[in-house]
Design a protein around this ligand. Structure first.
Ligand code: HT7
Ligand code: ZN
Length: 873
């Protein structure tokens, strides 16, 4: 496979202004008729051939302006269809046959539990019909779906239904019209035996919108939260961005087989059932919050993605980074904002930093790719969102909102670039953002080495910042970025933020400084007392910031920093320093000794009356093994696991009564609601329980067992079940797992949790369990949720996946090889942990590389080929 380069972009030679589609559904032989209204681009020369994308299509008929084409008038290639001579404006009719039942890749038209559905982003439409499958070709669509009236009573597509009727042979049809021009990646079709839940929303402008969520009958009771989230998101987008919905109907459909979370098809969002269905008995607080976030994300795409879309797929972050930023702000507004930020950042620093430091690192706007499906990454989504967040902070909310209005107004109905977006922000704010644009083109996580010095005699604090971005594949040399650093100087005497005066300018007590150069010195004057700097508050830039804090400094910041995020971060840094010592002790076979400062910090946290219990729960949560590993030059999985376990148990032993008190104080048994206060209480209670269970004393065990059996809601049940199953006691694990598995055998989403919990256990039988469960009737390799729940979860079980005998690697490679045939997109994602081999010791490196080589020996899909070649380069 050959790479595609951004620098080769050319506008399309032909545009499609209107697309008429007719689907005659059949599992093995669906007929798709397409009539495209085509015209030559005004800037393109006459005589350019018409080139259409098409894959796995059996062409049955082709005509231009009603005249069938002879076989010498067009050519079929592996990639599509080429017609050498076409008029400047014409109608192209084609008819193709496709087989949805054989489509295990879940791109294009496929079947899930007997229903038909589509996934066209990024390049799935070319598996439906011959078409210029690129986002800069935007057309209005008219779609007729014909199905069996018994098997497929519901026939959906984008826009509004305009006609329906009966046909001979028990068939029926519905015709849909979508008046908004769209690229074909936003096309959708759904057909099946679905039931709907309906509600309504009146836009600020007075449009009455019908809202429908379509599900299989047994899931009708699981849509309330998604519907409420949708209405909140619609209102929020009006109030925050002035964006209203633009059709009379908005539909969401839940499907079980889906490669990602959800898809923003115009007027007909298709969701992975895991991203839309909730019920207190079956979904955890985290799942409720995830559903709210994803429903909002897809809805927000109606403007940031659909009305204004991407010129080409290199600009993917234009819609994804902006939309993630929008959904993050929405979730922060509807939940505990500090906890949302802590969760976002801890995930980002663990997973995106690792991606940015690995062999598949790429800029937020890549300059080449082989398979765009491989670029739906944390870098495009989450780092893209961090860049938009920096922009918002740089120009301020008012200018950002003006820039956003300008962007939506100027480019409505167009396919545009990241420069177009940033230019609107520059114009609205009057700021020069040219250096800032480098963030989009430079891969790798910038590192900042900071040090500071207080001059007592003159009341001056000098802060020196030096930035460097490590080399990444294809980008050996990096240029300095414009990095905004939000900071405070916390006085060591008063414990308060000191006023900041920089170059004679007063910045308040919480200011932003701008690092543009490789090295810059910032001299703060009139600093009345020796400070500890609180840097990059609220994670003001996606960087690694190193400052030589002493443990006393960190303990001080943990209690005194006015920035909640940095209070949490100081605690994490303090724990990491203690963990470093313990990792070294474990490696050297020296006795482990717990750092008393960490114990005292935890004691103080447990004694305080918290404003926000969810924040306290975060502060009591130790850095994950994955995050600890991120900090190590070479990952020693066993030492990390042992050190973390030691810290947890030491804290539990020292503070057992405090954890017990916190557990009891938060054991409210009110009816479940996914509301911030209750969620905070449950988090705090379950964190306390996890400490108590880490020492497996009888009281902790009894509490966990009772919580499991009380069966109040899935959050508490799952937390207790996880602790029982992850304990060293099979007499606790086995009965609980059995009871849970039997109770929920009928519910695929709960069974996903059942799979994940048991293969994440630290005990050494995790791998054998995976093998055993792969034969379980509820498991299926063709269902991405099952693959993620079982194989994906196991690959995150660090001590077991990285077993010294390499059996974890072998198992993953076996599954990847199988999935390469069935679902290349999922195969290419699943292989990720093996691509990080550089981070481990030599023996493990060899084992991991050996498995990558074994995969390379197969006939690879472009998806897997691209990832494996990068990993072994
Ligand atoms: N824009 C959507 C991306 C997506 C996707 C991409 C590739 C293959 C399958 C997919 N399903 C959804 C989802 C989003 O970002 O909102
Ligand atoms: Zn998105």
């Amino acid at each position: 496979p050959q790479p595609i380069y951004l620098s080769d972009y050319r506008p399309p030679a032909y545009r499609v202004t209107h697309t008429e589609l007719t689907f005659d559904l059949d599992p093995a032989a669906t007929r798709v008729k397409a009539r495209l209204h085509v015209e030559r681009h005004p800037d393109r020369e006459a005589g350019a051939p018409l080139e259409l994308d098409g894959e796995q299509l059996a062409l049955k008929a082709i005509a231009i302006d009603g005249q069938p084409l002879g076989e010498d008038e067009y050519a079929l290639t592996e990639r599509g269809l080429r017609v050498e001579r076409v008029p400047a404006r014409f109608l192209l009719d084609t008819e193709v046959e496709i087989a949805p039942e054989d489509n295990t890749a879940l791109e294009g038209l496929y079947q899930s539990n007997g229903m038909y559905c589509t996934q066209c982003e990024a390049e799935g439409f070319r598996r439906i019909t011959f078409y210029p499958d690129r986002p800069d070709v935007m057309a209005t669509f008219s779609t007729t779906v014909i199905g069996d009236a018994g098997r497929e009573p519901v026939l959906l597509s984008n826009g509004n239904p305009v006609e329906r009727g009966e046909l001979p042979g028990g068939r029926h049809f519905v015709t849909w019209e979508d008046p908004h021009p769209k690229p074909c990646y936003l096309f959708a079709l759904v057909a099946g035996d679905l039931k709907k839940v309906e509600d309504g929303f009146t836009t600020a402008g007075g449009r009455d919108v019908t809202l429908q969520i379509w599900v299989e009958e047994e899931n009708l009771g699981k849509t309330d939260h998604a519907m409420a989230s949708l209405k909140r998101a619609m209102r929020w987008d009006e109030e925050t961005y002035g964006r209203e919905y633009d059709l009379d109907l908005f539909m969401i459909v839940a499907v079980n087989d889906f490669n990602m979370g959800a898809m923003e098809n115009k007027g007909l969002n298709i969701f992975n059932s895991a991203a839309v269905l909730t019920h207190p008995d079956t979904a955890t607080d985290a799942a409720f919050q995830r559903v709210e976030g994803i429903v909002a994300h897809e809805y927000f795409h109606n403007w940031s993605g659909n009305r204004v879309t991407c010129r080409d797929w290199f600009q993917l972050s234009l819609k994804e980074g902006f939309t993630v930023f929008r959904d993050q702000c929405f979730s922060a507004d509807t939940n505990s904002a500090p906890v949302k930020r802590i969760e976002e950042v801890s995930f980002f620093r663990t997973a995106q930093f690792a991606e940015d430091a690995g062999p598949t690192a790429h800029p937020v706007r890549p300059d080449h790719y082989i398979e765009i499906g491989n670029f739906y990454t944390l870098t495009i989504y989450e780092k893209g969102a961090e860049i938009v967040r920096m922009l918002r902070n740089l120009v301020g909310w008012d200018a950002f909102r003006r820039g956003s209005d300008r962007y939506f107004e100027r480019f409505d109905g167009q396919a545009v670039t990241i420069e177009d977006f940033v230019a609107c922000m520059a114009e609205a704010s009057g700021r020069d953002l040219s250096q800032f644009l480098r963030w989009y083109d430079q891969a790798g996580t910038p590192e900042i080495d900071a040090h500071g010095e207080y001059d007592y005699a003159n009341g001056v604090y000098r802060l020196v910042l030096r930035q460097r971005t490590p080399a990444t594949p294809g980008q050996p040399d990096k240029r300095p970025l414009h990095i905004p650093i939000r900071l405070g100087l916390v006085g060591t005497k008063t414990g308060r933020d000191l006023p900041l005066t920089l170059d004679g300018e007063a910045l308040g007590t919480d200011g932003v400084i701008h690092l543009h150069e490789e090295e810059q010195e910032f001299v703060f004057t009139e600093v009345a007392e020796a400070p500890v700097p609180s840097l990059a508050r609220n994670f003001s830039a996606p960087v690694k910031l190193h400052f030589p804090y002493s443990r006393e400094d960190l303990a001080f910041l943990q209690t005194h920093d006015s920035d909640g995020f940095n209070r949490w971060d100081a605690g994490q840094r303090l724990a990491l320093l203690a963990l470093d010592d313990l990792i070294a002790a474990h490696r050297n076979g020296v006795e482990k000794v717990m750092d008393g400062r960490v114990v005292e910090a935890f004691r103080a946290l447990l004694a305080a009356e918290p404003d926000d219990k969810a924040v306290l729960a975060e502060m009591l949560t130790l850095p994950s093994e994955a995050y600890i590993a991120e900090q190590q030059p070479l990952v020693d999985v066993d030492a990390i696991h042992a050190a973390r376990q030691f810290v947890k148990q030491s804290l539990a032993l020292a503070l057992r009564d405090d954890f017990l008190r916190v557990y009891e104080a938060n054991r409210r048994e009110a009816p479940y609601a996914p509301e911030p206060e209750q969620i905070g209480e449950r988090s705090l209670k379950n964190v306390a329980l996890s400490y108590l269970m880490s020492i497996e004393d009888e009281e902790g065990i009894e509490l966990a067992r009772r919580q499991f059996e009380a069966d109040h809601n899935m959050t508490d049940v799952r937390a207790a079940l996880t602790l029982l199953v992850h304990s060293s006691r099979d007499d606790l694990a086995d009965p609980a797992l059995r009871a849970f598995g039997e109770k929920w055998a009928h519910d695929p989403l709960v069974m996903d949790q059942w799979f994940s919990i048991q293969v994440s256990r630290p005990q050494s039988d995790a791998l054998e369990r995976v093998k055993f469960l792969m034969d379980h009737p509820a498991f299926s390799l063709t269902n991405p949720n099952k693959v993620r729940a079982l194989i994906g979860a196991f690959a995150q079980n660090r001590i077991n996946f990285h077993r010294a005998d390499g059996e974890g690697y072998r198992l993953l490679a076996d599954v990847v090889i199988e999935l390469n045939r069935l679902n290349p997109e999922i195969a290419a994602r699943l292989v990720t942990p093996l691509t990080r081999w550089q981070r481990f010791d030599e023996t493990r490196q060899d084992l991991m590389k050996g498995e990558l080589e074994r995969i390379r020996g197969e006939a690879l899909s472009p998806n897997l080929y691209e990832v494996i070649e990068k990993a072994l380069a």
